[in-house]
Design a binder for this molecule. Structure first.
Ligand code: ATP
Ligand code: MG
Length: 139
C-alpha cells in the first residue's frame, strides 16, 4: 500500500450513537478519499492483536471489551501525507485535550471511548488495511 494511505475505524461508541454519517462527512470534508469501506465487528482475538502494543497496560481488558461490543466501520483513506494529516483531523486520544474542529472533540466521550482510530505509521496503515480488505475491495 502506498504511503499516501491510512486506516481508520469508527469505534463501537460512535456507531451506537448514530455518528457514522457525521464522521464520514468530516473525513471527506477533510480532503480524504475513501478507498475501502465496510461495517464489521472485531472478535476478541482481532482486538487483542490490533492493540497488542498495549497488552501490558491496565486498561487493556477494558479496551478489548469496548472494541468488540458492537460493530465498527473500517475504512482505508487516501490523501497526501495521510497518516499525519488524519491524526490531526481526529485529535488527541483524550477528547478533553482534543483541539476544536477535530473528530474526537466533537464525537468522543472519554479517553477510552474516543470514537475513532487512526493508524500511527505508514507501516501500520498498510498492515491494518490489509487485515480488513482484499485488493479487489480497494478503489
Ligand atoms: P487509536 O490507536 O485507537 O487510534 P491513539 O493512537 O490515539 O488511539 P493509543 O495510545 O494507541 O491512542 O491507545 C489506543 C486506545 O486505547 C485509545 O484510543 C483508547 O481507546 C484506549 N486508551 C488509551 N489510553 C487509555 C487510558 N488511559 N484509559 C482507557 N483507555 C485508554
Ligand atoms: Mg494508537
Amino acid at each position: 500500500m502506498a504511503t499516501n494511505r491510512t486506516f481508520t475505524m469508527i469505534k463501537p461508541d460512535a456507531v451506537e450513537k448514530g455518528h457514522i454519517g457525521g464522521i464520514l462527512n468530516m473525513i471527506t470534508e477533510g480532503g480524504f478519499k475513501i478507498v475501502s469501506l465496510k461495517l464489521t465487528q472485531l472478535t476478541v482475538a482481532d482486538a487483542q492483536k490490533f492493540y497488542a502494543v498495549h497488552s501490558a497496560r491496565p486498561f487493556f481488558g477494558e479496551l478489548v471489551e469496548f472494541m468488540t461490543r458492537g460493530p465498527i466501520v473500517a475504512a482505508i483513506l487516501e490523501k497526501d501525507n495521510a497518516v499525519e494529516d488524519f491524526r490531526k483531523l481526529i485529535g488527541a486520544t483524550n477528547p478533553a485535550e482534543a483541539a476544536e474542529g477535530t473528530i474526537r472533540k466533537k464525537y468522543a466521550t472519554s479517553i477510552g471511548e474516543n470514537a475513532v482510530h487512526g493508524s500511527d505509521s505508514d507501516e501500520n496503515a498498510a498492515i491494518e488495511g490489509a487485515f480488513h480488505f482484499a485488493g479487489r475491495d480497494m478503489f
